[in-house]
Each structure stands twice: as structure tokens, then as C-alpha cells.
Design a binder for this molecule. Sequence first.
Ligand SMILES: Cc1cc2nc3c(=O)[nH]c(=O)nc-3n(C[C@H](O)[C@H](O)[C@H](O)COP(=O)(O)O)c2cc1C
Length: 297
Amino acid sequence: MTSKTLFEAYTLGSLTLSNRNVMAPLTRNRAGPGFIAGDLTAEYYGQRASAGLIISEATQISQQGQGYQDTPGIYTEAQIEGWRKVTTAVHAKGGHIFLQLWHVGRISHVDLQENGAAPVAPSAIRAEAKTFVNNAFVDVSQPRALELDELPGIVNDFRQAAASAIEAGFDGVEIHGANGYLLDQFAKDGANVRTDAYGGSVENRARLMLEVTAAVVEEISAARTGIRISPVSPANGISSSDPQPLFDYIVEQLRSPWYRLHSCRRGRHRRAAGCRAVRLRIASPSLQQDLYRQQWL
Ligand SMILES: Cc1cc2nc3c(=O)[nH]c(=O)nc-3n(C[C@H](O)[C@H](O)[C@H](O)COP(=O)(O)O)c2cc1C
């Protein structure tokens, strides 16, 4: 791609981006009390609005989903109001911005959880990883395994967060399925040794990521939905014995007409833009992934 092409306008679903530069999501730890993205955040993203598309810093969908100090949320009215300042600042300069939706799973610390509870994970396996809390880097806490009947609540938190992002003025969302956080933990057998419908086979381990994506698509349409995956990154102490078949399956599912129609048919966005494929971005690529590239185009 020539640099001229890089600066040409680009049609992404129903959006016309002024160029093909996409700003990567970057955690800033600058949220105020109540984990609200405030004026400083609006100034920061407004300064970067000349990018064709900004993916925001990862933003927790619930208190349980928080893993680092001072990261912003999207689960209270005040947080939605705070983010509205950000989207207004970016749009005023002709930019576009997606909110990255985050549940950290086991990459958390008891001091960030309600009543000092253990962080949650697919299995009670502590990650060899650090988090930043109380102004210091410390080992993550021992997690507890999520019960089967808790999983619909997590899917619903992602769905609600997507709706709240649109309410706050975002152009779309990116589901954080990468870097050793909750959805990546479920997908990879280094963190998931469950024996129920969410563990074991590739299909079972991929289930939560696909259910979350279906719920978000159902809520806000595929045209506004992206997902970030990292098939081989060891970030946050994650590992997988079978990344190629695992992510071949996940990407096939996300591309399949059945998956798209299934998500769209149940949602409010039945036709047209709503049933386009979900956008896919890959962190630390190194698998054979011609298949994956087609998904972003
Ligand atoms: C300080 C810092 C914060 C980051 N925060 C996020 C984040 O919130 N969400 C995310 O998906 N990636 C995050 N990343 C990863 C970056 O988006 C990016 O993938 C990484 O810097 C490597 O760049 P590359 O993907 O172009 O190779 C972060 C990276 C850094 C250095």
C-alpha cells in the first residue's frame, strides 16, 4: 500500500473514515473517581482525532471486569456521560471512535473487586502476571472459577456495555478478545481446564467469545462491532496448545453466514448493514491467516 492510499478516505461499514490510519487501544490509567473518563480523556482523544479511526483504551464492562487502577468503565450513568464528552470532542474534529469492551478475568487483584472478592476466571489457575494497583506492580490475585450459571450475566454485561457505548456516542465497539483477558482465557487451554460446555474441545472453549460477539451484534449490529484476538501472544501468562485450529474455528464461525444471520435475525438490525461480518483485528500475528485478513476488508 502506498502512503497515498494510506491517507485516502475509507468506507468501513456505514462510516466514511478520512484515512486508513487506526489508532491502537492504549490503556492510560487516567480515569477519575467513579472510574469516569473525564475532561482530560476528552482532550487526549480530541488531539488524536485526525486518525481515520480511534480504538479507545480498554474499558471495563463491570467492576468485576476491572484489572488495573484508574481504568475507565462503561457500566454507570456517570461513566456514559463522561464518555459522551470524549465522543463529542472526536466528532467535532471529524474523527471516529470505537470503544474497546473489556473483562480482564483473572488479571485482577482483590483490591479492585467488590468487597475484596477473588477475581473470576474459567478455572482457578493463577496467571504468572502482574497488575498495577495501589500505585505499584504486584502479582495478580488467585482467581475462582466462574459457575456455569454466572456466564449469561457476563454475556449480558457485554451486551449492555455495547448499548451504553452507542448511547455515549461511539461509532462502534471492539470486543477485547485478546492478550490473556477473560475471553482469551476461556479460549485457551493454558487457562481453561473446565469439563462443562465451556471447556475441553475447541468448540466449547470458543463458546463464550462467540456468545459475547453474537450478543453485541444483536444489540448494536455487526457493522458497529469488531473483535480483537491474539492467537499466539503470551501476554498476561496465557498459553494455548492448539492456536491454529482454535482460531481457524473462531474466525470461520465469525465469517459464517449462519453465525451472522443467527445474530442478526434475533437482533433489531435484521438486514443491510446489520448483517455484515464482524470486523476483526489481530494482535501479534504469526499464524497462517489469509483467512483472517479477509475479515477486515
Ligand atoms: C501502555 C500500553 C497500553 C496498552 N493498552 C491496550 C489496551 O487497552 N487494549 C489493547 O487491546 N491493547 C493495548 N495495548 C497493546 C497495543 O494496542 C499494541 O498492540 C501494542 O503496543 C503493540 O503494537 P502492535 O500491535 O502495532 O505491534 C497496550 C500497549 C501499551 C504499550
